[in-house]
Design a protein around this ligand. Sequence first.
Ligand SMILES: *[C@@H]1O[C@H](CO)[C@@H](O)[C@H](O)[C@H]1NC(C)=O
Length: 189
Amino acid sequence: MKYILPTILLSAAAYFTSGLSTEPAPALQVRSAETCGDPAFALPLYRIFQPAVPARAYELDVTVVTAEIAQAGWTLERISAMAFPSQQESTVRFYHLGNGAGQSNFWTINTTELNAALQEGYSIVASDITYIYPTQICGSVPFYRASGSANKDNVYTTSESEYLQFIAEGFVDMGIAGYVLPLNVVQCD
Ligand SMILES: *[C@@H]1O[C@H](CO)[C@@H](O)[C@H](O)[C@H]1NC(C)=O
């Protein structure tokens, strides 16, 4: 490698100085597993539902999910995605914001939305730590978001048809919240 790299740089220099071609230089881009999180660390992101509010919440921690179901009237709705419980290469925090028990909860990677919510009295739920991709890389898929019931009921889903169904029922289209691993995680290349 020590010897190969200078050779590549020399040929790139020769290429740029030759002035004979109008073709763009080939990108010296290395895309390796190093730019991806290790899918082995991804966990199911459980989607739980509380019909009485109604509200939906997203949890990686099975202990929390079990407690919510046992004590607080939540039901397990589905596994919404695979996501990371710690920061991995190229991932960003999927902040859980809440403004009090039984109140509005939502999740975002968008720091503008985060800061606006903090100003409105929301706080970050520090115990809920989830990381997802901000762009569609590493075999990730869109995590669609639709918002209903005064922001209490935020649906995040990898299913485009489910997302469109909620919008058809009157939920606000919030676009793509980020990119998550699908339930059948594949190793990225
Ligand atoms: C972040 O949120 C703001 C406010 O909702 C929005 O205007 C902006 O487009 C969002 N940025 C991205 C990258 O989605």
